[in-house]
Design a protein around this ligand. Structure first.
Ligand SMILES: [Fe+2]
Ligand SMILES: [Fe+2]
Length: 348
């Protein structure tokens, strides 16, 4: 947005400040005429939402604080998503916003400036919609994570392992230059890696001592059990790209080893999908430095030693190198979770 347009937006924000109630009433009236609202509960959400949006518009934009305005809108979008309001309807309602203030602007802005002013608001609305969509769809990530946490309930390997490994995986993927979509997806689906453990019987999963060969063979089925669920969703919905494919890759292949001696498929080197190679190294790191029922927490330096030793056999050597470049950041993340989650409650 150029300085002339910013000036016009500030002017509009001041006009809005003085006419909040008028805009809100007009907007609600238009939304009712278009039959966007199906019941009184929804009407309540829309009224509160529009009110906040108009307030944010005047509050942030009279000082040209665009980021503050977008942030406010994004919070609103999340609230809407959590309250099960239809997104297409919400966008439709948002578009009626323009009609609720047009007459007001034509009365308060000089005719010579009006067109340029409407153009500036149009630009603003476009950015708003794209920011808001992003926030709205984040709720989907929350649902995926909730699913992973649910599966983890039966697993004794808890203690924020999922939160930490997803953060490490983002750092490692970023370090090797993965595209933004890849990084976002690994953050989203990495926590699902052990979801197949829900299909492992308690006598194996919760056994305190060492597993017999037979029990270990049973335990090794968890990648296939988990991947089967995702594969059926992929097939039913003809999905050919996106995060569910990465979920399948990580769930099925996070126990493969670089030299081909892993399970379940015995894939070798770059046959193992990159996301699974990344996850296997961060999963192992976290397992080494964390306390588990069958082992104490080992120091960070010990984890470095073991990972280095297994470079090229268990782990992709290129990823091990990248891991060593950022190992201090990973360690700091581990420590931060210890601090944050003292007493079992997030304290910050
Ligand atoms: Fe696993
Ligand atoms: Fe894990």
């Amino acid at each position: 947005m150029n300085s002339k347009e910013i000036g016009l937006i500030k002017k509009v924000a001041e006009i809005f400040e003085k006419n909040r109630d008028h805009i809100l009433e007009k907007w609600i009236e238009l939304v009712k005429i278009e039959n966007i609202i199906s019941n009184d509960v929804e009407l309540g959400y829309y009224k509160d939402g529009f009110k906040k949006l108009i307030e944010d518009f005047s509050f942030y934009l009279k000082d040209a604080d665009f980021e503050g305005y977008y942030r406010g809108n994004s919070e609103l979008a999340k609230e809407i998503a959590y309250n099960d309001i239809s997104y297409p309807k919400f966008v439709e309602a948002f578009h009626l916003f323009e009609d609720s203030y047009n007459d007001l602007l034509s009365r308060n802005i000089a005719h010579s400036e009006l067109l340029r002013c409407l153009g500036a608001i149009d630009k603003l609305h476009h950015t708003t919609i794209s920011r808001v969509s992003q926030a709205y769809f984040e709720i989907n990530d929350v649902t995926v994570f909730a699913l992973a946490k649910l599966a983890e309930l039966r697993d004794p390997e808890t203690g924020y392992h999922l939160e930490r490994t997803r953060e490490y995986s983002v750092m490692l993927a970023t370090e090797i230059g993965c595209a933004e979509d890849f990084v976002n997806n690994i953050y989203k689906v990495g926590p699902l890696h052990d979801i197949g453990k829900v299909g492992i019987p308690d006598r194996v999963l919760l056994k305190p001592g060492a597993l017999t060969d037979e029990e270990y063979a049973e335990m090794k089925k968890h990648p296939v059990i988990g991947a089967d669920v995702i594969l059926s969703i992929i097939a039913d919905h003809h999905i050919s790209r996106g995060y569910l494919l990465m979920a399948k890759d990580i769930i099925l292949h996070h126990h493969e080893k670089y030299d081909g001696t892993g399970y379940p498929c015995g894939l070798k080197g770059e046959e193992i999908p990159l996301a699974a190679r990344i996850f296997s190294i961060v999963d192992a790191y976290d397992a080494i430095v964390s306390k588990r029922p069958y082992k104490p927490a080992l120091p960070h330096e010990e984890a470095l030693k073991r990972i280095k030793k297994d470079s090229g056999t268990h782990f992709d050597p290129v990823l091990v190198e990248a891991f060593f470049r950022i190992h201090e950041k990973l360690h700091a993340t581990y420590e931060r979770y210890k601090e944050d989650f003292k007493f079992g409650v997030k304290v910050r």
